[in-house]
Structure formats: structure tokens, C-alpha cells
Design a protein around this ligand. Structure first.
Ligand code: AMP
Ligand code: MG
Length: 343
């Protein structure tokens, strides 16, 4: 199969690209689309044959459920139940964060095929904020299932070129909508009733942070038992090993943890490129990539994380050494990805 990259650089191209993407979705095919988080591989969420093509292209195991993206907020009740005891919080979160990188786990309605949810009784839903994605969904008129457009377990792609690297020959079309604004997958939450406040369980940390969510309930980060997880992962972005580049990557908690093997070439993934953090002068690095130069902002580091790892992965180094980032805000999601990419 020939994989084409379609442009959205001017209105004429965009219109043609949107039409082609919609035609593929209507025809039961897959298409890679830009989102504000990472590129997604989309198919008609209500068509199991189309959804099966996502699993095939990604080589994704069927136990790993897909996120369903809605063209509008009102469609939420078509695909999911909103239980009365959490309805107020669901509505508040949807009104505050949609369109945007917040995914809600809710009981699924029967229209959603079991393949989408890996047989789980819940469905993960969100509304994406990327203008091109939004336009395609609006024309398509229904929900699409769209996990990240990578091979299973590999790096999530934050540009059309990175999708091409992984899925060339496996899908007909990649819609190029530029680099992703957030660069990290959506925050996934489940809402539970609670007194005095509802509980917001974060199953996957992401761009919507604890600070963003805490107005709406008590925020709890769920640490999962990995042994149980690998048998039946509830949110498999949470599998112990995930997001891995081909080059071994190791997250160090401290510069003291580094003991290089002679003759090996190491690249450093630095947080802010500051000598005083203790990593820069530790070694004669073959290459240094800096996530947020200067003052160090976790949100900026999040945007650049997968892009920089992808670049370092092409350098032929023996190992990528990652500095830790602050464990707050988007930093939680970055640490989560780096731990899962670590050998
Ligand atoms: P991806 O976009 O590749 O990160 O994949 C979507 C992720 O959403 C999955 O790996 C799960 O972590 C999560 N997810 C999707 N549906 C469900 C569900 N019904 N229950 C729990 N987690 C889900
Ligand atoms: Mg993924």
C-alpha cells in the first residue's frame, strides 16, 4: 500500500484533504490525523471492520482499548451513559475542557463495538481541539476511534513525518496538520461519587493537570499493580513498558546513578540544559537535546518530549540518558512516559 501525506497548508489543499479523509472514513478505512496531543490513527468507531484495521496497522493487541473522539459534546450521550451520581461533574469537566486533551471513562452504550473497548464495559471519550481534526469529524458526522498513530509500544508521533516513519506502507493517508501543540497524550480520568467532593481518578497523566482538575473533585493518581495490569490492562497507556524508542533509554533519578561503559556513545535528554542540574558536565555526551532550555517549563518539555526522543533515536547512539523533570503539572506525565520508555 502506498502511504500518502496530504497537506493542509492553504484553504484549497485543506478542503481537498478534508474530503479525502472523510471519504476514507466513510469507506471503512483508516487515516492518520493530527490532534492537539499526538497524531491519531482514526477509523469509524461504529464500524468494527474499520476499527480492526487500526489494530492491524498498529500491530496493537486486542486487549488495548481505543479512545473514541466525538464531533460534538452532545454526542456524548449517544455513545456513553452518564450515571446520575456523577453527571454534574461530567458536565462540568466537558464544559471546561472540551474540546481538549481530557478523556473521560464512562459506561459504554451498545452502539460502540466491543472491539473498540477491548470488551470492557466502559468507553473512553473525548472531543479533540485540533481545527483540522475537528473539521474532518464535523463532515464525517460521527464518532471515530483514534489511538496514537504509532506501532504498538513505540513512540507516539507528534508530526506527520514521525507517523510516516512508523506506518509507511500500512495506511493509505496521513493528514499533515503540523506539529502537535501539546505533544503528550490526553489525560484519562474516571469519576467516582464521593463526599464531600467527587473523586477524579487519573488513570493516565497528561496535559490536563492536577491543578486544572482539583476545582472539580478530589484528584487521585492511580498506581496500578503491574502484574495484574499486563494480564488485563485497564488503561494500557499504563503498561509497564511503552513509548519506547529503538535506542535503549534510561531515566536517571540523579547524576550519581550514571556509570558509562567505555567505548559506548551516550546521548543526553536534558530538561533545561543547565550545568547546575549536574548532568551536562557528567560525561562527554555524543549529543545533548534540551527539552525546555533556560528557565525550564514542564509544559514546553512535554510538547518537545516525543519529538526529541524521536530525533535522538535516529542518531545511532548506544543509549539515551534522560534527566528527571520536576514531578508537578505536566511533569507527572513526562516522568510517566520516561519511566515507561526506560529499559
Ligand atoms: P492511545 O491513544 O494509543 O494511548 O490508546 C488509548 C488509551 O486509552 C489506551 O491505551 C488506554 O490506556 C485508554 N483507554 C481507552 N479505552 C479505555 C477503557 N474503556 N478503559 C480504560 N482505558 C481505556
Ligand atoms: Mg498510544
Amino acid at each position: 500500500m502506498q502511504t500518502e501525506i496530504a497537506l493542509t497548508d492553504n484553504e484549497l489543499n485543506t478542503r481537498e484533504t478534508v474530503n479525502r479523509a472523510v471519504a476514507l472514513l466513510r469507506g471503512g478505512d483508516v487515516v492518520a490525523l493530527p490532534t492537539e496531543t499526538v497524531y491519531g490513527l482514526a477509523a469509524d468507531a461504529l464500524n468494527p471492520t474499520a476499527v480492526a484495521k487500526i489494530f492491524e496497522a498498529k500491530e496493537r493487541p486486542h486487549f488495548d482499548p481505543l479512545i473514541v473522539h466525538l464531533p460534538n459534546k452532545t454526542m456524548l450521550r449517544d455513545v456513553a451513559e452518564v450515571p446520575a451520581e456523577i453527571a454534574k461533574t461530567v458536565i462540568q469537566l466537558v464544559e471546561t475542557f472540551w474540546p481538549g486533551p481530557l478523556t473521560l471513562l464512562l459506561p459504554k452504550k451498545p452502539v460502540i463495538p466491543d472491539l473498540v473497548t477491548a470488551g470492557l464495559p466502559t468507553v473512553a471519550v473525548r472531543q479533540c481541539e485540533h481545527p483540522i481534526f475537528h473539521r474532518i469529524l464535523k463532515h464525517f458526522g460521527g464518532p471515530v476511534a483514534a489511538p496514537s498513530a504509532n506501532r504498538f509500544g513505540a513512540l507516539s508521533p507528534t508530526s506527520a513525518a514521525l507517523v510516516f516513519d512508523q506506518l509507511d506502507g500500512r495506511i493509505p493517508l496521513i493528514v499533515d496538520g503540523g506539529a502537535c501543540a501539546r505533544g503528550l497524550e490526553s489525560t484519562i480520568v474516571r469519576i467516582l461519587p464521593g463526599t464531600p467532593k467527587p473523586i477524579i481518578e487519573v488513570l493516565r497523566p497528561g496535559p490536563i493537570t492536577e491543578d486544572d482538575l482539583k476545582k472539580f473533585g478530589k484528584v487521585v493518581f492511580v498506581k496500578r499493580n503491574e502484574a495484574v495490569e499486563s494480564a488485563a490492562p485497564e488503561a494500557p497507556g499504563m503498561l509497564a513498558k511503552h513509548y519506547a524508542p529503538r535506542t535503549p533509554l534510561r531515566l536517571l533519578e540523579s547524576p550519581r546513578d550514571f556509570s558509562p561503559d567505555p567505548g559506548k556513545r551516550y546521548a543526553l535528554l536534558s530538561y533545561r540544559g543547565e550545568e547546575k542540574d549536574g548532568f551536562l558536565d557528567l560525561h562527554d555526551w555524543a549529543e545533548v537535546a534540551v527539552m525546555s532550555p533556560g528557565s525550564g517549563r514542564v509544559a514546553e518539555a512535554g510538547i518537545r518530549l516525543f519529538h526529541l526522543i524521536g530525533q535522538l533515536d535516529k542518531g545511532g547512539f548506544d543509549e539515551i540518558i534522560a534527566e528527571p523533570v520536576p514531578d508537578r503539572g505536566v511533569g507527572k506525565a513526562i516522568l510517566d512516559k520516561l519511566r515507561k520508555a526506560s529499559v
